[in-house]
Design a protein around this ligand. Sequence first.
Ligand code: CTP
Ligand code: MG
Length: 222
Amino acid sequence: MTTAAVLTAAGSGSRLGRDTPKGLVTVGGTPLVRWAASSLAAVCERIVVTAPVDAVGAFVDAVAGVGARVEVVAGGERRQASVARGIDALADLDGDDAVLVHDAARPFMPVAVFGRLLSALETHDAVIPVLAVVDTIVTGVGGDLRYLPRPSLGAVQTPQAFLMGALRDAHARAQAERFEATDDGALAQRYGFRLGTVEGDPRGAKITYAEDLDAAERRISG
Ligand code: CTP
Ligand code: MG
């Protein structure tokens, strides 16, 4: 059985406010996409990276020699389309092979979480890492404000683990009905696959703003 990864890095990183795509921005001198690909290489034989269409060559250089067979493909307009391109690049995988779908924007997720996800995949079609929410969460800001019960809330991270057959099927069905979600676990759940959860890790926090990058830089050098 093969374990592969789709590593999304085709976003522009507009909220980070840099000239280069977010995946090429460095922490400790290493591009974010390389941090993420290197840790995935601990459990994956193959990694498909989605890059901005005009930066594929730069991403090839950024992930060279990470220790797995890596291929860089041009991503799509939105994250879900980028994941779909990554799935297409793994067309030779079997339905019962394992795929981790991960974001280069979460470069420091510990490898231990990958292990938890892949273990849980033995009894599920899809598994997501969830982190307990520390803030009180409300909905309807600016209108009908409602408090949500915190004990039942969780923040969903990546990577998310899938049986290749389930991931392919969920994406094909979402595309057919033009359904879009912010993660792949939502697609798996929508189309009736067995979705499990494991504990996430705060070190897998997403780098979105300049402050997140500064904090990561301090942690690496500390
Ligand atoms: N992503 C992608 N293809 C897109 C959009 C996003 O592969 N068309 C990827 C990003 O590269 C990132 C992940 O999806 O690794 C999560 O997206 P986000 O954190 O929003 O990153 P960006 O879209 O790059 O940032 P921003 O929204 O600030 O522009
Ligand atoms: Mg984005």
